[in-house]
Design a protein around this ligand. Structure first.
Ligand SMILES: [Zn+2]
Length: 104
């Protein structure tokens, strides 16, 4: 896999609006304190907003599960989780097909 140059990563981190990115993934963010935003964490079963975004720094941190990082890590983590769920759904579908084939 080609590696992205460090300078390019820095540029992306600098130019990405993390709050907008998080919102684009369907997570609602509300003001939290003077500079932060808070929403429900997508990385664990969250029933209170423990996912904190600091737009000034472009960083996120979850007080519930400890997930933390920048915009790139957010996308990697978020899309990775979605991949696993998709894989899980696919496996479940596949397994029920196998069972049906055996029992039919
Ligand atoms: Zn969390």
């Amino acid at each position: 896999m080609p590696r992205i140059p460090e300078s390019e990563i820095e540029r992306i981190k600098h130019e990405t609006d993390l709050a907008a990115l998080v919102r684009s993934r369907g997570i609602e963010l509300k003001p939290h304190g003077s500079k932060d935003l808070a929403g429900k964490c997508p990385f664990h079963q969250d029933d209170q907003p423990s996912f904190i975004v600091t737009p000034d720094k472009g960083l996120f941190h979850c007080m519930g599960c400890g997930a933390a990082g920048n915009c790139i890590q957010f996308v990697q983590k978020f899309d990775g989780v979605r991949c696993l769920i998709t894989l899980g759904h696919w496996l479940k579908g596949f397994l029920s097909c196998v069972f049906l084939a055996i029992w039919a």
